[in-house]
Design a protein around this ligand. Structure first.
Ligand code: NAD
Ligand code: WQD
Length: 337
């Protein structure tokens, strides 16, 4: 299949391009590079032994997308493009609605015009809000505690309604838990701008000496060691989940939702310990107050994806931290190293 990957220069998108090409698909990437570097795609090309077809464009630009679909015989779309920082979304909510909701609306309109009927969308476990229990199943109640999460809820709903109105359409909503890790080559990985919001890149920057210590946000949660528990999933497993989703859904109409997680929770201190072991570096940390909006624990029931997509995460915590460390230590300044 020829697959358009929006946001394909970003963290998850770049890893997914590699897995798509390895599975025999052709890839064309659209990205406006607002949170990515073209260098990532150059490295994806080097890993895959072929240049990546890349168009620098904004998904909110109908005419630019129209041209992409006119020039490429696209069979299916994987849609990563969007803004993803929870804290930032509370400061500039309109930018989040414009990018994430309006961008997805424009993409769906252009797909409709060109009769492209298969879409995989990046949703998030954030749509479960603060779950009443764990592990979390896809039929749990949905809620959002911030504008970012709300944009994911709106786009999910827009997808369900668009499928209801168009019986030829096939959309898969993938709710990711906490993506971490990097390609085993150490050539591509997560390259956050400024101070990382997420735990793993923050720990990695402490290990490499870019930051002095990790602030652990609270040790009084109702969890085994009191720190927050999450379902960390290796980005390569996640990327393979997209290949499974697009291959299973192409040509089969309907809207389906899957958790992509491992089903295993680890605490903040588990992550610190595993990273220290893999890197041989001390990770100094200080316990500080809870981060507003954080929840105690969040991990997936990944059964549905196993049953329907024949996909399950395979990589261990050790591989997650070792691969992150290889990427971070080879590229202390990310893609600008
Ligand atoms: P990322 O920022 O690395 O990738 C997103 C890419 O989209 C970037 O390359 C960015 O330049 C591009 N982009 C943003 N707005 C665009 C626009 N209007 N037009 C064209 N390109 C645009 O983020 P990621 O971690 O790879 O996340 C990918 C998707 O997965 C996002 O939709 C995110 O919300 C979702 N997601 C991420 C996580 C996570 O923790 N990383 C968890 C759940 C869901
Ligand atoms: C993990 C754990 C923190 C940083 C966020 C989004 C979610 C999704 C994934 C996109 C928590 C603790 C963190 C630090 C810490 N993204 N922590 N010190 O909050 O589970 O999810 O990213 O969809 O929507 O909300 O991930 O990596 O920020 O935090 O102690 O400096 O690490 O409190 O327990 P989170 P995270």
């Amino acid at each position: 299949m020829k697959i358009l990957v929006t946001g394909g220069a970003g963290y998850i998108g770049s890893h997914t391009c590699i897995e798509l090409i390895a599975a025999g698909h052709d890839v064309v990437v659209v990205d406006n590079l607002c949170n990515a570097s073209e260098e990532a795609l150059k490295r994806v090309g080097a890993i895959c032994g072929q240049d990546i077809d890349f168009i620098e464009a904004d998904i909110r630009d109908f005419n630019a997308l129209d041209e992409v679909f006119s020039n490429h015989a696209v069979d299916a779309v994987i849609h990563f493009a969007g803004l993803k920082a929870v804290g930032e979304s509370t400061r500039i909510p309109l930018a989040y609605y414009d990018n994430n909701v309006n961008g997805s609306r424009v993409l769906l309109s252009v797909m409709e015009k060109h009769k492209v009927n298969t879409l995989v969308f990046s949703s998030s476990a954030t749509v479960y809000g603060d779950p009443a229990s764990v592990p979390i199943r896809e039929d749990f109640p949905l809620s959002a505690t911030n504008p970012y999460g709300q944009t994911k809820l709106v786009v999910e709903q827009m997808c369900r309604e668009t499928v209801a109105a168009n019986p030829d359409l096939s959309i898969v909503l993938l709710r990711y838990f906490n993506p971490v890790g990097a390609h085993a080559s150490g050539q591509i990985g997560e390259d956050p701008k400024g101070i990382p919001n997420n735990l793993m890149p923050f720990i990695a920057q402490v290990a490499v000496g870019k930051r002095e210590y990790l602030s652990v946000f609270g040790d009084d949660y109702n969890t085994p060691d009191g720190t927050g528990v999450r379902d960390y999933i290796h980005v390569v497993d996640l990327a393979q989940g997209h290949v499974a989703a697009i291959e299973k859904s192409h040509g089969k109409a309907g809207c389906h939702t899957y958790n992509l997680g491992t089903g295993q929770g680890y605490s903040v201190l588990d992550m610190v310990k595993a990273f220290a072991q893999a890197s041989g570096k001390e990770i100094p940390y200080k316990i500080v107050a809870r981060r507003p909006g954080d929840i105690g624990q969040c991990y997936a029931d990944p059964t549905l994806a196993k049953e329907n997509l024949n996909w399950a995460a395979k990589k261990s915590l050790q591989e997650m931290v070792e691969d992150t460390w290889r990427w971070q230590s080879n590229n202390p300044q990310g893609y600008s190293s």
